[in-house]
Structures are given as structure tokens and as C-alpha cells.
Design a protein around this ligand. Structure first.
Ligand code: SF4
Length: 246
């Protein structure tokens, strides 16, 4: 089999947030979106500045960490948008699965459902899907993408019975109100395999990257989201989802 070379931005060898257990986080370069709140602009601002690595070599590097992958731990492919390199993920994922190591995809889902993307999804044990904005107009305005692609991607994952976690970043004055949360709940109500839906607080920790990269930060005057507000909206979402289930 021809070895596929992936373009990696960085690696976090003992992460804990994006998936079950201890994770080996692989951040790939480039992204189809331009979220106004992106805290990783360095992953797409200069995609040629990357570490090339073959699927086999990456899998062999991961294998050294296998003893840490208890309680469902494994690899998380993130970015940027990992599914822009779906063939690389599918090949590396196949090697990992042969080693008894699972992988998770942390994705915006705003990709075409090509055979390559389907292969990468089919091999994954968990899909973490960002539902960035709540309708087509806000998705186009704030992240420069097509919400229909994300919904088609979610439908596909759901049709496979894939485990799914959903995430939405809540930004002051953009989506920090109950009517927006209603729409997120309604958009995702038909997916039956969602294990959890987490709201995340917008923060300002990536602001320095914009300065260093010379990119305009459209939210430079937006404060971090108040945690009490986040918790209130999370409770509201949980209740809405329970109502949808009944
Ligand atoms: S999808 Fe992620 S990496 Fe891409 S622009 Fe949005 S926040 Fe940034």
C-alpha cells in the first residue's frame, strides 16, 4: 500500500479533553472555515509550515504510548480540520486499529462526504462534532461555511451508529441567548447517538496568535464569556434536549 504523508501542525502526547481517557492529540494543518472566534489560527494561516509524517511512522510513534490508553484512551485527530486529510487519517487509523488503538475525530464536519471522508469516519470510535452556528445565515456570517454540509455529515455519522459528542462555543452577543440554544437543540434533535452536548466558553487566550500572525481579530473587543452564563445556558440546553427526547 502506498504510504500517505500527513501534514501535522503539532502533537500533544498526553491530553485528556478530546475523547475518553488519555489521548494522543494530533493537530493537522489547514481548515475550510474561518471562525471569527478561532483560537488556533496558526493551524490554517500558513499550512505549508508543517511537519510531514507518514501514516506508518505516526502510528509507530503512537504505539509507544499505548500503555497510557486505559479507559478508552487513544488518538484524537484534530486541527485545523482533520478531514481535509481524510486519506491520511484512514490509513493511519487502519494501522492504529490493527495495533488495538482506537481513534477519535474532532471535526467541524463542514466537508464533502467523499469516499475518503466516509472511510475515515467509519474507522473512528468517536466523532466530536462542532455545531458552530445555529442557522445557515449565522454559519455563513461567522464561520464562512455551509451548515447543510455539517448536518449531512452528522446524518451520516448517525446512520452509522457512531458515538457522537457535540460541542458549541458560546460567544457574547453572537449566540449567548436562549433562542439560539433552542435552534441548536432542534438542529441536532434527530441524531440518536449523541452521548453529550457541551457548550464551551469563548475565551481570549488565542488573541496573541492573531497579533503574531498579522491577522485581523474581529472579536478583539469581545470579552471572554462569563462562566455563570455558560452554566445557565448549558442547563437550558440539557432541559431542551430532555424535552426533545420525551
Ligand atoms: S474550524 Fe476550528 S480551526 Fe477552523 S477556523 Fe474554526 S475554530 Fe479555527
Amino acid at each position: 500500500m502506498e504510504e500517505i504523508v500527513g501534514k501535522i501542525h503539532s502533537i500533544e502526547s498526553l491530553a485528556t479533553l478530546d475523547g475518553d481517557g488519555v489521548r494522543y492529540g494530533v493537530f493537522l494543518v489547514d481548515c475550510p472555515l474561518r471562525c471569527v472566534y478561532c483560537h488556533n489560527p496558526d493551524t490554517w494561516a500558513n499550512p505549508t509550515a508543517c511537519q510531514p509524517i507518514s501514516a506508518r511512522r505516526l502510528a509507530d510513534k503512537v504505539l509507544r504510548y499505548k500503555p497510557y490508553f486505559k479507559n478508552g484512551g487513544g488518538v484524537t485527530f484534530s486541527g485545523g480540520e482533520p478531514l481535509l486529510q481524510a486519506d491520511f487519517i484512514a490509513q493511519c487509523g487502519q494501522y492504529l486499529n490493527e495495533m488495538g488503538i482506537g481513534y477519535c475525530l474532532d471535526t467541524c464536519g463542514c466537508v464533502e462526504l467523499t469516499e475518503s471522508v466516509k472511510n475515515a469516519v467509519q474507522g473512528a470510535e468517536l466523532i466530536i462534532l462542532d455545531i458552530k452556528m445555529y442557522d445557515k445565515a449565522s454559519y455563513q456570517k461567522y464561520v464562512k461555511g455551509d451548515l447543510d454540509k455539517v448536518l449531512a455529515f452528522g446524518d451520516y455519522c448517525n446512520s452509522l451508529g457512531k458515538r457522537m459528542w457535540l460541542r458549541t462555543v458560546i460567544i457574547p452577543h453572537i449566540n449567548d441567548f436562549e433562542q439560539a440554544i433552542d435552534k441548536y437543540a432542534d438542529l441536532t434533535a434527530c441524531w440518536t447517538n449523541i452521548e453529550k452536548y457541551e457548550l464551551l466558553a469563548f475565551h481570549t487566550m488565542g488573541f496573541d496568535k492573531y497579533k503574531a500572525l498579522g491577522i485581523v481579530n474581529q472579536l478583539a473587543d469581545t470579552p471572554a464569556l462569563d462562566i455563570d452564563k455558560l452554566n445557565t445556558l448549558q442547563d437550558y440546553l440539557n432541559k431542551r434536549r430532555n424535552t426533545n427526547d420525551n
